[in-house]
Each structure stands twice: as C-alpha cells, then as structure tokens.
Design a protein around this ligand. Structure first.
Ligand code: ADP
Ligand code: 5GP
Length: 203
C-alpha cells in the first residue's frame, strides 16, 4: 500500500482556513483531519474534539516532555500542538491527512517530513482580513489586534510554502485547494505500489 500524504494548511487568523476546510471535507470526505491539542479558551461555536482538544497547560507540558507532539508553538499566549500518533498512523495506513498549523509549526513539520505538501491561505487584502476578523466576532478587540500583528509576520513567510491560495471568491478557493489534493495523488511516486504490482504480475 502506498503511504498517505500530509498536507499542511496555514494562513493568518481570519484568512478563511476553517471555512475552506469545511467545504474541502465535503468534496474529499476520505481526508483525515489532525485534531490539535491547545490551551486557549473554547469559543461558543466550538465543540471539544472536533477541531481541537482543549487541555490545560500542565497536560500540554506533559505531552511535550513525553515527546508526543509532532510540532507545537505558542500563539498569542497559548500552546497549540499536533499530536504525533494520529498523523503517523494515517500516513502508514495510506490515508491523506490535513494539519492546520501556524508558520512555525509548518517549518517544524517540514524538517521532520520534507515530503509534506504545504498550502498558504491568503486574504485578498489586509483590510479584508481585518473586516473578516471583526465580523466573525469571536475575539475581543485586543486579541484581534494581536492576531493582526501576527498576520503580517505570517504573510511575510508565505514563500516557505509550496502553494498559495487567495481566499477571495470562496468557491474558487475551495476548488484550488481540492485541485492541489487531487493533483498530488497523480504523482508517480504515489502510485508506485500499483506500478510494482502490475510489473510483478506479468513476470
Ligand atoms: P480562519 O480559520 O483562517 O481563522 P475563518 O474560516 O474563521 O478563518 O474565516 C474568518 C471569517 O471570514 C469568518 O467569519 C468566515 O465566515 C469569513 N470568510 C471566510 N472566507 C470568506 C470568503 N471567501 N468571503 C467572505 N467571507 C469569508
Ligand atoms: P485559532 O485560535 O484562531 O483557532 O488558531 C490560531 C492559530 O493557531 C492559527 O494560525 C492556526 O492555524 C494555528 N494552529 C491551530 N492548530 C495548531 C497546531 O496544532 N499547531 C500550531 N503550531 N498552530 C496551530
């Protein structure tokens, strides 16, 4: 069986990552999603275990000391990390898995898994990003300010990624993301098991 692929999705807060991923999973229900462990407070619209496991700082630091995280980072005062085991098991089972992380997390993953495919989600403009964050209404003004400051630093590192998608027209951005997944599955090295089995059955 061919191994699965890890797809890294990053982009500043408010760029539309969650919105795009909801649509992507409708097109590709076979994709796995890596549930991050985080220490920030839960938002009203969030359910534990859906996108995030909400844990204490102590529990998080325990995971760090046991080397249970593929990567982790502190973002606006809270820990965010990717548990290693589910990612490794998906890839070994031939399943593609999506990991949504910030730019620091992405660079940690690339060092460990250089074959990972990374996608950066861009807002059409900084102004639009600001408006979307304000309209979303999930954060206080202070937190939005901190997120917008991080946004500029993150966009400055978009060139570390394989692909960039501008999330202006949502349907177009969803198609772009879905196309990246589909095209990656056509790589010759992702079909090596089939190639080998055809050759072996003839001999
Ligand atoms: P992120 O997960 O990157 O923080 P969200 O998916 O929460 O971003 O999107 C931020 C806000 O922008 C949400 O209110 C969402 O409904 C809105 N949004 C996302 N994509 C678009 C788009 N293409 N056009 C207009 N609004 C959008
Ligand atoms: P939010 O608090 O808006 O849900 O997420 C804030 C930031 O943390 C986003 O940039 C998001 O991509 C990033 N993030 C989410 N999960 C992880 C994770 O497991 N690891 C890292 N490094 N960043 C994450």
């Amino acid at each position: 069986m061919s191994k699965g692929r890890l797809f890294i999705i990053s982009g500043p807060s408010g760029s539309g990552k969650d919105t795009l991923l909801v649509e992507l999973f409708k097109i590709h229900p076979e994709l796995k999603f890596s549930i991050s462990s985080i220490t920030r407070d839960i938002r009203d619209n969030e359910k534990p275990g859906e996108k995030y496991d909400f844990i204490s700082r102590e529990q998080f630091e325990n995971m760090i000391s046991k080397d249970e995280l593929l990567e982790y980072n502190v973002f606006v005062g809270n820990y965010y990390g990717t548990p290693k085991a589910p990612v490794v098991s998906a890839i070994e089972n031939g399943e593609d898995i999506i990991v949504e992380v910030d730019v620091n997390g992405a660079s940690q993953i690339r060092m460990k898994m250089p074959e990972a495919v990374s996608v950066f989600i861009l807002p059409p403009s900084f102004d639009t990003l600001k408006k979307r964050l304000l309209n979303r209404g999930t954060e206080s003004e202070d937190r939005i300010k901190a997120r917008l400051e991080c946004a500029l630093a993150e966009i400055g590192r978009a060139d570390e990624y394989d692909y960039a998608i501008v999330n202006d027209d949502l349907q177009k951005a969803v198609k772009d993301l879905s196309d990246i997944i589909s095209v990656d599955r056509l790589r010759v090295n992702r079909n090596q098991t089939l190639i080998n089995s055809i050759l072996e059955n003839v001999r």
